[in-house]
Design a protein around this ligand. Structure first.
Ligand code: ZN
Length: 512
């Protein structure tokens, strides 16, 4: 739910407390009150209630200012709360020192509020405060105050706590058609509320000479804040009380209009899907290939896979990641390359194994350029396993190699005997524009040659992950040492490259 600003914060007060428990009321005077299932206001609260009620503060804000921590009270309808607060003011000390403020079981008899010359004794002891009018008549008072917008919360704790608004939120959630098992309700509040709250707090402090609960009204720490909100909070932290009072009416003025909810927004947590893909095309990039805003090739591995997932999960967007990547002209064969896709804000999140299988089939039927296997739902944490130890993993390749001078079978046979060949690879020229210049040590574990004709042979390699195979074949102008050219004492070039296997044992293999 949004209100007046694109920022979001968890609701600190009763709004959130009722919505599943992430946020708790930020005020809590202590166990004393919580022990009773019926929350109560004590005699000490009477002047605060009187003061705030008469300066145009809503009942729920008053409860906050009285540090009522239990959420039960806040749930009651605005009109009941207003009525009960006034009854509380009317009641003199019936017990020794505590008056029960019990709206769990609202008083059924009609209470006649009589005109009094002054408010309760506790109030108005300070000459600086204007005379606070008392209520003359219950009906008119309730009606008047029922429509009055709270000068502290601008109505956020009035309208938005009422059944009508909750219904509106429910309708929005239902119409958005999400699948979910738990949820967090959060809202963003106008930064102005902090200022008003400060003003109201100063009023209470001034009039009551009270120092109780100063921590109740510290601005909430909010990680998601941006400048405006932070600026307000910072300013409030810095400003001296007397300066604040010069700039802002205290009590806060009564606003004419209710704070409105600009937008009610639903979002679902991301869902993660993993699997392995084969790429059979030498004309297909892994991710969209766009140079200077211009698309070079019409599709990509990630689009061929995620297009279907996006549609089925009804997600807003996706993030694709994989265990390494192949060049546009390199195929990925064998068991394929592990990948994971984060689906952002999905509407649908529940899929059976059978349905995932069907989804995989749909992807595979839609293109002959790629195939997917082991498609499954995974957790965010599990994705780490795909990336961890990536450098230590081995990969196997098959390269089609051309030589300038003619070769015989015997000329290349010695390659099969080379084990654990250490390479020094300077960052290849072709990736230098996006990778820092460095010399990396890589290892070719094993090689196996397959003679084709006088100028061609196939080389099967098992290497450390991260080895640049193309450069190992042609040498990259001497930047990779040794290389196939230098080993054969010929000019060598690579015509085709296939990834035969990516040895990452994640995600789990499925028997499909
Ligand atoms: Zn309020």
């Amino acid at each position: 739910m949004r209100s007046a600003s694109p920022l979001r914060e968890s609701v600190p007060a009763p709004l959130a407390a009722r919505e599943g428990g992430r946020a708790r009321p930020r005020v809590d005077r202590g166990a004393q009150r919580e022990l009773s299932s019926m929350s109560s206001l004590t005699e000490k609260d009477r002047p605060i209630v009187q003061l705030l009620l008469n300066t145009g503060t809503c009942p729920r804000c008053i409860l906050r200012f009285c540090c009522v921590g239990s959420q039960t009270l806040y749930r009651h309808p605005y009109k009941d709360l207003m009525k009960d607060l006034k009854e509380f003011l009317k009641k003199r000390q019936e017990k020794e020192d505590t008056v029960c403020f019990d709206v769990v079981d609202p008083p059924c008899k009609r209470i006649r509020l009589e005109h009094t010359e002054e408010g309760p004794d506790d109030v108005n002891h300070n000459g600086g405060l204007q005379q606070i009018p008392s209520f003359n008549n219950e009906d008119t008072a309730v009606e008047n105050l029922a429509v009055k917008v709270c000068n502290v919360c601008l109505g956020v704790l009035q309208e938005f706590c009422e059944v009508d608004f909750v219904k509106k939120v429910c309708q929005k959630v239902n119409s958005a058609d999400y699948q979910f098992t738990s949820f967090v309700f959060s809202m963003s509040l106008p930064p102005q509320l902090s200022v008003r709250e400060r003003a109201a707090w100063l009023l209470v402090k001034q009039e009551m000479g009270a120092t109780a609960c100063p921590d109740c009204f510290k601005p909430a720490k909010n990680k998601q804040s941006v400048f405006t909100r932070m600026a307000v909070i910072k300013a409030l932290e810095k400003i001296k009380e007397e300066d604040f009072l010069k700039h802002f009416p205290c009590p806060p003025s009564s606003p004419k209009n209710l704070c409105v909810a600009l937008e009610i927004q639903c979002n679902n947590g991301a869902v993660f899907v993993a699997g392995r893909y084969n790429k059979y095309s030498r004309n297909l990039p892994q991710t969209p290939w766009i140079i200077d805003g211009e698309r070079k090739l019409e599709s990509s591995v990630e689009e061929l896979i995620s297009g279907h997932l996006m549609a089925e999960f009804k997600a807003d967007s996706f993030n694709f990641s994989s265990s390494g990547r192949e060049d546009v002209d390199v195929r990925t064969l064998g068991n394929g390359r592990p990948f994971a896709i984060e689906l952002v804000n999905p509407r649908r999140i529940h899929f059976t194994a059978e349905e995932m299988k069907g989804l995989q089939q749909t992807i595979n039927n839609s293109s002959d350029k790629i195939q997917v296997r082991d498609l499954q739902l995974v957790t965010r944490e599990a994705i780490g396993r795909m990336k961890e130890g990536e450098e230590e993993k081995t990969k196997t390749y098959s390269a089609l190699i051309w030589t300038d001078k003619a070769i015989q079978k015997e000329d290349i046979a010695f390659l099969d005997d080379i084990k654990e060949l250490k390479l020094d690879q300077k960052t290849p020229l072709r990736v230098l524009h996006r990778r820092p210049l460095a010399v990396r040590c890589r290892i070719i574990h094993t090689m196996k040659s397959e003679y084709l004709d006088e100028h061609h042979f196939r080389l099967h390699l098992k290497t450390q992950a991260g080895t640049y195979i193309k450069e190992f074949v042609h040498g990259d102008f001497g930047r990779t040492k040794p290389n196939i050219g230098s080993l054969l004492n010929r000019t060598a070039d690579i015509l085709e490259l296939d990834v035969e296997s990516v040895d990452v044992d994640w995600p789990p293999t499925l028997d499909n």
